[in-house]
Design a protein around this ligand. Structure first.
Ligand SMILES: [Zn+2]
Length: 312
């Protein structure tokens, strides 16, 4: 019996303990509920707040939500970002290049549009565009510029670059030189390369040269434009193309090219060779030759953008 009585007492104490726990839990729930109600009441409803504090409230709410992201989600994000960091990025990732294939296929049939005057970027005016040069066999500069630019665009994009163009095909008119000149700032490009070939009447003359604006369209980009020109000269020479003997170091500076005058980004105009020279015309008329020109442009841009030596 003693044994049983002692057992009852132990049972009674257990029951009191259970009730005590329930009471304590109830009190805790009550206090927490009261505190939560107090907190909600003090913050109010941001949507009804006439003081215009909605945005602030929303931001604070978002912040507090972010602090409750579960550990496993944080861990997963960290793991994902590690993967991205470890992957070696292509050399031109994040670089936007504006390519301007000079002239256009229908310019010759639309003299009124092409000859219309547009701002030259120096306070004067000049023709919207021109027909461009051609080889003795009749291969036109606009087609050469277009094909080389498209090949260069493919090479640049393969290296991770974003490429914008001043024209979508080789069958239209224009755009005018002022519009070509603003392509860099219009598309927030990092650099502008205008692609041309020269048409000197002296057929013995051959060689490429690169032009920068003088004075620069934007003094802030003078040095970078010059460096881009030098990198393209070096890349073209490395690819085996002859530099023009007309300009020292194959670098020309001019104030009459509206395309460069209007640019507010590092900008150059490259004359890849002389179309009336038989030897250079043969290279320009060949698919392999145009690919070589395009590869050299890509190499020059890579050197400018990364500071890395041009690799053959
Ligand atoms: Zn041209």
């Amino acid at each position: 019996m003693t044994h049983a009585g002692s057992g009852d007492r132990r049972g009674q104490r257990g029951r009191w303990a259970t009730w005590g726990a329930v009471l304590l839990a109830g009190l805790l729930v009550g206090v927490v509920t009261f505190l939560v109600a107090l907190a909600v009441g003090s913050s109010g409803d941001p949507a009804d707040d006439p003081s215009g504090r909605d945005a602030v409230d929303t931001a604070e709410t978002s912040e507090s939500v972010l602090t409750t992201v579960p550990d496993e989600v944080v861990a997963r994000r960290a793991a994902t970002s590690d993967v991205v960091t470890d992957r070696s990025e292509p050399p031109l990732a994040g670089v936007r290049i504006a390519l301007d294939p000079g002239h256009n296929g229908a310019n010759g049939r639309n003299p009124a549009l092409v000859n219309a005057l547009v701002p030259d970027g120096r306070g004067g005016t000049k023709a919207c565009n021109t027909v461009g040069a051609s080889t003795a066999a009749g291969y036109p500069e606009h087609a050469f510029n277009w094909d080389v630019s498209e090949r260069a665009a493919a090479g640049l994009e393969a290296l991770g670059a974003d490429v914008v163009r001043t024209r979508a095909d080789d069958t239209g008119v224009g755009p005018c030189v002022d519009e070509r000149g603003t392509v860099g700032q219009d598309h927030d490009a990092d650099l502008v390369v205008s692609v041309h070939a020269n048409g000197s009447t002296d057929t013995s003359l051959r060689g490429f040269f690169v032009v920068v604006a003088d004075p620069p369209g934007d003094p802030q980009h003078e040095a970078e434009s010059l460096r881009l020109a030098e990198d393209l000269v070096e890349a073209l020479a490395d690819a085996g193309f002859p530099p023009s003997p007309v300009f020292a170091a194959a670098l020309s500076s001019r104030g009459d090219l509206a395309t460069l005058n209007h640019a507010r980004r590092p900008a150059v105009l490259v004359e890849l060779g002389e179309m009336r020279n038989a030897e250079e015309a043969a290279v320009m008329e060949s698919t392999a030759g145009r690919q070589r020109y395009a590869d050299a442009i890509v190499a020059g841009v890579v050197r400018w953008a990364t500071g890395a030596p041009v690799t053959p």
